[in-house]
Design a binder for this molecule. Structure first.
Ligand SMILES: [Zn+2]
Length: 289
């Protein structure tokens, strides 16, 4: 264990809780054009992952070139100790964000990309995709892509609301759906729990999730009690992620990962380890780091 990862945190009640110090699986990473062609070339992002103990990533990018760049850098990723789990992004450009669910050319592109694979091995999922109006979960291409993912055992990283979770799962009840942000609009903990109970393969990724942190009576930022209880109840269903959707997120990568380590440290060690690493590793059959 690297010493810098086991800094101690004073928590309420006077007890000392150590930050989580084990490996991290970053389940929501983008490596877009403006990052790798700009201020964050490969050595920069791999250094950031390495110094934060990030040992595997779900990689996706707009367009897919960034993911392929990461996947092709076999020597550098091996040296950094980072396993690349490549996902097929549906977006060639920003216009595709609001049209992909009805654009047949995107369905064709996904199939071609899937057939091609990457230097780090086959694609393991599709996404992240967005649905700003949940009704578009019933768009013809959205439906076909969910069924394609289910048929080919590709995970799906979806930035959608709770209504769209039901619609997407109706298309492909056995799909491995990863709910980006576990609902960025902040559906209630009760609603999240109901969906986890209804869909045993549904996973929740926790970047940007509203309501995770609370301030306790001593002014300390803590994991909120209702979320802590949900994680204890469903320790196998959550993942952490950076969501490096703009370059600024790369600048804050250290702080994002330290933030996760802080609240993971408030959980029992086995639960923290599962959310931080094991759940992602299990989804994609990764060996322990
Ligand atoms: Zn994202």
């Amino acid at each position: 264990m690297k010493a810098l990862l086991v800094s101690l945190l004073l928590v309420s009640g006077g007890a000392l809780a150590a930050d989580y110090g084990g490996p991290l699986f970053d389940a929501h990473l983008h490596y877009n054009d403006e990052a790798w062609q700009g201020p964050h070339p490969l050595d920069d992002v791999l250094t950031r992952m390495q110094r934060n103990g990030v040992r595997a990533i779900i990689a996706n990018s707009r367009p897919n070139d960034g993911t392929k760049t990461l996947a092709a850098a076999r020597e550098q990723t091996r040296t950094a100790g980072v396993t690349v789990v490549p996902f097929i992004r549906l977006y060639r450009n920003r216009d595709d964000y609001s049209n992909w669910f009805r654009d047949e050319s995107i369905y064709t592109m996904v199939q071609q990309e899937h057939a091609r694979g990457t230097a780090a091995g086959p694609y393991r999922g599709i996404g992240e995709f967005h649905l700003y109006d949940s009704a578009n979960a019933n768009g013809p291409v959205a439906k076909k892509l969910m069924q394609y993912a289910q048929q080919h055992e590709l995970a799906v990283l979806a930035h959608v609301d709770d209504v769209a979770i039901d619609l997407l799962m109706a298309h492909a009840p056995n799909a491995r759906l990863i709910w980006a942000h576990t609902g960025i609009g902040g559906p209630s903990v009760a609603r999240v729990q109901a969906l986890l109970e209804k869909y045993p393969k549904l996973m929740g990724e926790l970047s940007y999730r509203p309501g995770l942190s609370c301030v306790d009576d001593r002014g300390q930022e803590r994991l909120c009690p209702d979320w802590r209880a949900l994680m204890l109840k469903f320790p196998d269903r959550f993942l952490i992620g950076s969501d490096t959707w703009v370059n600024q997120r790369w600048l804050y990568y250290d702080g994002l990962m330290q933030g996760y380590r802080r609240w993971l440290g408030e959980l029992p060690p086995d639960v923290a380890r599962r959310i931080a690493w094991d759940n992602g590793a299990r989804l994609f059959q990764l060996a322990p780091p």
